[in-house]
Every structure is written in structure tokens, then in C-alpha cells.
Design a protein around this ligand. Sequence first.
Ligand code: IYR
Length: 240
Amino acid sequence: MNACAKITVTNESIMTKPYPFKPLEFERLSREEQKARLGQFVETLSQRRTVREFSPDPIDLSLVEDAIRIAGLAPSGANQQPWHFSVVVDQEVKRKIRKAAEEEEYQSYHGRMPQEWLDKLAPLGTDEHKPFLEIAPALIIVFKIDYGLIQDEKGNEKKEKHYYVNESVGLASGFLVAALQMAGFATLTHTPSPMGFLADILGKPKNYKAFLLIPVGFPADDARVPVITKKPFSEISDRI
Ligand code: IYR
């Protein structure tokens, strides 16, 4: 069979492309349905808070995997999907991650971060202590894959460039955090810095770079969050 697909375009009649295309499945919703769906989404997403005090209660990991499936639906540069999500539940691995993160964070809070940055973080109440890395029942490590490793004709390892990696993995992480919120979990988008220790501890290949660490679980019964606000719509948007 010929792999060429016939594409109908509006101004020309028929164009042939060397890759297959298929009709888009798309349902136009009524205005009311659009409004109702957004209403449900905003109701759930407006409850999202970054949580730093977790309950050790176990969670259903199959739900976390469902959320990762949703993250994997995000758009990506050239559809290269340059991401990987490791779910860490092993207590000993979590302990190692906490120890390494706290060592890095100690350096950050005691010299690496300039006073201006520390001042900006003060309302969040963060410091170098990261007990949530051991207490939260699961840690999702989001890796970005800056380049693929492929074999050339001679069997030598070759790098294959990936495009728009940060944008792609950022989008997937947004899908992931939203999905976990929809599932009723608490999350923290954590970036211990630098994060090189994560690929080392988890034994990942050299093209995997930790992008984000997301503890997932339920909040501690007495969890508290800082009193902070979101910018109003008028500040984050305009119509031109
Ligand atoms: N990585 C540090 C510092 C930190 C930085 C930012 I930007 C935050 O929004 C919060 C914390 C830490 O996790 O404590």
C-alpha cells in the first residue's frame, strides 16, 4: 500500500504528503456545555495549593499512573515527548533523596541564594529541611531528555537532538499537576537545586536530567499553607 495520504486543502485542491493523516475527531460543544466544563475545572483547580506538610497515609499508585498517562498526552516539540516520570515509593530511596536534597539546599540557603532571592521566598516559609521527601507516600521525579541516544549504521552511539524540551516538559508537568489535583491529591512542585543527584540515585542514563520533583499524597491533618494570592485576571491577560 502507498503510505501517502491525500490531504484536502482549501485553496489548492489536493496535496500529497509522504506521511499518513486521518480525519480529526472533534466535537463542538454548546456554549452552555463549554461554560459548565470550565466551571468544574476552575472549581477544582482553584483549590490547588502547594503543600509542604504531607500525611504518610498510603495512596493508590494506579491513580498516580493514570495522572502520568494524562501528562503523556501533552503536546511536545516535534512530538518527541522528551520526558520520563519515575515514581519513587521505596522508603530507602526516599531517604537517600531527602539526604542529598537537604545537603544541596543547605548550601543554597547558606550562601548560594542571594539575599534578594531569600527575601522573595520568606513568605513561603521554606528552608533547607525537606522532611516531606520521606513522609509523602510517593515522589514523582520528572526527567527531561535533552537528546535521544540512538545507534548509527555502524552501531555507534549517536545523539539525536530534541526540540523545545523545557516547553514540552513544562507542559507535561502542568498536565500532571492538574490531573493529580483532579484526582484529589496534594502536590508540591519542588526543585531542589542542583538536581543532578536524582539521576544518580535512580540510575538513569546520562541524557536524563531531573526537571521537577513532585511529592504526592494527602496533606497532613494539621497542614498549613502561606497566605498568598493569585494575580487578578486583569493583570495576567489583555485582549487586543
Ligand atoms: N529550592 C529551594 C528554594 C525555593 C525556590 C523557589 I523559586 C521556590 O518557589 C521555593 C523554594 C527549596 O525548595 O526550598
